[in-house]
Unconditional design. Structure first.
Length: 477
C-alpha cells in the first residue's frame, strides 16, 4: 500500500500542493487528474523522491519512503533516455554489472522482458535515437519492470503513442496490475482514465478536491471538480457563416512527398480539421503551408498571395501554432508578454510597458495562470503556455489560423477554453485549419474534416455528421 500523508510544497509564493493525502493499494490503478498547474507532476515527483515536501510524508507498506528507494519509479512525460545507448542498455541502465558485461546477454534479457510486456518488435540492440518515440516511451516503462518496482508512476504515457500502441499499453497496465503492482496514471483524456483506472484523485490548485472509485463519477462531475464550475457545452458550435476563401491548396507537394498533391480550400467562418494516423503528413501539410517546409510542386495561395515566408504570413495576419510547443511553438526563456507581442514587435522599437498592458488583456481573457506578464514562460504549465501561443494569434489579429494539435498535452479545462476561443474566432469570420489525433475533438468543433493518408488528402466529410469509423477507415485504407 502506497500512502501519502498531508503533502505540502510551495515554490516561493506559489503553492504547488497543500495537505494532499491519499492511499493507493497494490493491484489497482489510481488516476491522478486535474488541470495543468493543479499539482499532478509535483505530486508524482514527491512520490518518486525527486522533490522533498515541506510537510507530510510518503509511506510504502507503512514504512517511510526515502530518496533513492527502488520501490517507486516515475516514467516522465519528457523521456529520460540516453539516445546513444542501445534499447537494452537504457532498460538496464544503473544495473549493468561493470564494464565487462556481455552486450548480447543484455540484449537477450531485454528482448525477453519486452516480449513479456507485449512488445517483441522493439529491437533491443538498436540505438535508442533510431527508435520511434512510441517505442522509446515503452522503454521507460520497461525500465520500471526491469527494476521490479512495486509502484509505477505514469505521467501521460500515451502522449506520443499511436492508437494501436495505446491499446497494447492498456493491456500492459492490466498485466502489471494483475502482478500486484501499484500504478498511478496521469492523463488528460477521460476515456483513457476509464479504460485503465480503478480509483481517482482529482486535484485543483494544489488541493485534493475529490477522490473515490472511477465508476462513481460521471464525466461532467470530473470536469466540474477539475475546473471548479459546471461545463454545459464541452464542444461549442455557434452559428457560423461561410465567407470568402482565404486559403487555397492546388496539388500541393512538399519535401519527401509530404504532403502529396493535396488540394483544399478553407473559407472565412469555418473550422476545417485534418485527421489521420501518426506519420500521415498532417504536420508537414501545415508547416508547408506556413513556409517552414519547401514546396516541390503545386500552389499555396493565402489571400491571393502565393509562396509566403513565415514572416510574410504573420504580416498578412496568418498565424501558426506548432505541435512542438517547446521546440518552435513558444520562446520559453522570454516572458509571457514578450511571447504574446512577438509578431508585432518592430525591431528595436519596443515599449515594455505597453506590451505588458496588452498582454494583461489576453491573460485575463484566456484565463492564463501566471503571476504577471513579466513571468518567464518556462515557469508556466503546458496548458498555460499553449494559451499564450494562441493569444499571440489573437493579438496579431490573425484571420487565418493554422493550428497543429492545438490541445495536445493540455488539461480538460484549458481545452474547453481554447475550443470557445476557436468557436468565437470562426463566428467573427476567421478561417481555421487544424490537425488533431483526437477524433471527438474534430467531430465536436469542425465544420468539415479532411482525412490524410500517406501524404494525400483522401476524403473530406461534414464534421457534424461523419462518424469515427468512417474517419478511421479513410485513415488506414
Amino acid at each position: 500500500m502506497l500512502r501519502a500523508h498531508g503533502l505540502s510544497l510551495a515554490f516561493g509564493a506559489t503553492l504547488a500542493l497543500q495537505d494532499v493525502s491519499f492511499s493507493a493499494p497494490a493491484g489497482r490503478v489510481l488516476a491522478v487528474i486535474g488541470e495543468n498547474g493543479s499539482g499532478k507532476s509535483t505530486l508524482l515527483k514527491i512520490l518518486a523522491g525527486e522533490l522533498r515536501p515541506q510537510a507530510g510524508q510518503v509511506e510504502w507498506n507503512d514504512q517511510p519512503l526515502r530518496p533513492g528507494d527502488d520501490q517507486v519509479l516515475l516514467v516522465h512525460q519528457e523521456l529520460a533516455l540516453c539516445p546513444d545507448l542501445t534499447a537494452a542498455e537504457n532498460i538496464f541502465l544503473g544495473r549493468i554489472p561493470g564494464p565487462r558485461y556481455s552486450p548480447a546477454q543484455l540484449q537477450d534479457r531485454a528482448h525477453d522482458l519486452l516480449s513479456g510486456m507485449g512488445f517483441p518488435e522493439i529491437p533491443a540492440a538498436a540505438p535508442t535515437r533510431a527508435l520511434p518515440i512510441s517505442q522509446r516511451q515503452i522503454l521507460e516503462i520497461a525500465r520500471a519492470e526491469a527494476r521490479d518496482a512495486p509502484v509505477i508512476l505514469l505521467d501521460e504515457p500515451t502522449s506520443s503513442l499511436t492508437q494501436a500502441d495505446k491499446q497494447k499499453l492498456y493491456d500492459l497496465i492490466r498485466t502489471l496490475k494483475a502482478r500486484g503492482r501499484t500504478i498511478l496514471f496521469v492523463s488528460h483524456f477521460l476515456e483513457e482514465i476509464r479504460e485503465v483506472a480503478d480509483d481517482v484523485v482529482i486535484l485543483r490548485d494544489g488541493n485534493k478536491v475529490a477522490e473515490g472509485q472511477i465508476g462513481d463519477f460521471i464525466d461532467a462531475d470530473i470536469v466540474r471538480h477539475m475546473v471548479g464550475r459546471s461545463v454545459d457545452d464541452f464542444f461549442p458550435r455557434s452559428d457560423r457563416t461561410r465567407g470568402e476563401c482565404l486559403l487555397t491548396l492546388e496539388n500541393l507537394t512538399g519535401t519527401d512527398d509530404m504532403p502529396r498533391q493535396a488540394s483544399l480550400q478553407v473559407h472565412r467562418g469555418e473550422i476545417v480539421g485534418v485527421a489521420g494516423l501518426n506519420g500521415a503528413g498532417r504536420t508537414e501539410l501545415l508547416r508547408t503551408i506556413f513556409g517552414l517546409r519547401e514546396v516541390k510542386s503545386g500552389r499555396v495561395q493565402v489571400k491571393n498571395l502565393a509562396s509566403l515566408s513565415p514572416r510574410a504570413h504573420w504580416r498578412t495576419q496568418t498565424g501558426f501554432v506548432s505541435e512542438e510547443r517547446k521546440l518552435d511553438g513558444v520562446a520559453t526563456d522570454l516572458s509571457v508578454a514578450e511571447n504574446i507581442t512577438l509578431p508585432r514587435r518592430q525591431g528595436f522599437l519596443n515599449r515594455p510597458a505597453e506590451g505588458r498592458s496588452v498582454a494583461q488583456r489576453w491573460i485575463d481573457e484566456l484565463g492564463v495562470k501566471c503571476k504577471d506578464p513579466d513571468q518567464p514562460l518556462q515557469d508556466l504549465s503546458g496548458g498555460n503556455q499553449q494559451k499564450v501561443a494562441f493569444a499571440r494569434l489573437l493579438h496579431a489579429e490573425c484571420d487565418l489560423f493554422l493550428l497543429d494539435e492545438p490541445t495536445r498535452g493540455i488539461d480538460v479545462g484549458s481545452k474547453i477554453e481554447l475550443y470557445a476561443q476557436m468557436d468565437a474566432a470562426a463566428q467573427r469570420g476567421c478561417a481555421i485549419l487544424m490537425t488533431s489525433s483526437y477524433l471527438p475533438e474534430l467531430q465536436g468543433i469542425c465544420d468539415r474534416i479532411a482525412v490524410m493518408n500517406r501524404g494525400r488528402l483522401v476524403a473530406i466529410h461534414d464534421g457534424r455528421t461523419v462518424d469515427s469509423a468512417t474517419l478511421m477507415a479513410d485513415s488506414i485504407q
